[in-house]
Design a binder for this molecule. Structure first.
Ligand code: ADP
Ligand code: MG
Ligand code: MG
Length: 251
């Protein structure tokens, strides 16, 4: 589903290269974890996948279902079923979460050639999915992410994912700032999204989340490259021994 080939990407403003020849393949049905020390380029990779302004790809390619997405706008990538949950979710003042979700769902349906959801059906669907994530109805009336706690932001991201049913989900540090109960709710939400036609990439600094979302593959990112790949045992190995051994071996 996703194939990243020799990707090089830099910050447009400064020209600093952050992603330096990154290779990664993720198949449909797979849950892949990307781990790596702080500053290794994990969030930058998620921004480049999203097509966010301010980043330039200078070499390599990102193929999604065999086609390059590099020339696509962020909205076009989303319409193709790519969903990114960022480490720092964007605040949208003045737009109630409910309203935001309605627009997002209907954009998605339009892109898929489906009819708009009727308001009562939409409300029923959102309430159902929100309840699964223990999101209070009151939260849906507030502006998206504005003044949300860390846990509320992450739940709001998972709610969007549940509603949009993307094919490729990328979650950047979804575990940061979560207490153990919130972590379990988020992990259950992600696990419920596992499906044969969906790939999920979980980016995380710590192994803790991976005790709840057990990955099929684990990739270690360091200085903008994948320096080691393995199965879930690689995550436990990292937890026990840290990154130093792997970094040394790669060097
Ligand atoms: P991670 O998510 O793995 O912690 P990031 O992708 O956030 O790493 O950052 C990777 C590297 O890029 C870091 O060294 C960081 O300082 C640098 N970096 C990130 N954003 C910018 C920016 N806008 N300008 C310059 N350097 C940046
Ligand atoms: Mg970081
Ligand atoms: Mg990060």
């Amino acid at each position: 589903m996703l194939e990243i080939k020799n990707l090089h990407a830099r910050i447009a403003e400064s020209g600093t290269e952050i992603i330096r020849g990154l290779n990664l393949k993720v198949a449909a049905g797979e849950v892949a974890a990307i781990m790596g020390p702080n500053g290794s380029g994990k969030s930058t990779l998620s921004y480049v996948l999203a097509g966010r302004d301010g980043y330039e790809v200078t070499e390599g390619d990102i193929l999604y279902n065999g086609e390059s997405i590099l020339d696509l706008e962020p909205s076009e990538r989303a319409a193709k079923g790519i969903f990114l949950a960022f480490q720092y979710p964007v605040e949208i003042p003045g737009v109630a979460t409910m309203q935001f979700l309605k627009v997002a769902i209907n954009e998605q349906r339009k892109a898929r050639g489906e009819e708009e959801l009727k308001t009562p059906d939409f409300i029923r669907l959102v309430r159902e999915r929100a309840a699964e994530l223990k999101i209070e109805p009151e939260m849906l009336k507030r502006a998206l992410n504005v003044g949300f706690s860390g846990g509320e932001k992450k739940r709001a991201e998972i709610l969007q994912m549940k509603l949009l049913e993307p094919n490729l989900c990328v979650l950047d540090e979804t575990d940061s700032g979560l207490d153990i109960d919130a972590l379990k709710i988020v992990a259950d939400g992600v696990n419920a999204l596992r499906a044969p036609d969906r790939a999920i990439i979980v980016i995380t600094h710590y192994q803790r989340l991976l005790e709840h979302i057990v990955p099929d593959t684990v990739h270690v990112l360091y200085q903008g490259q994948v320096i080691k790949s393995g199965d879930k045992s690689l995550a436990s190995e990292l937890e026990a021994h840290g990154y130093a051994d792997i970094i040394e071996a790669a060097a």
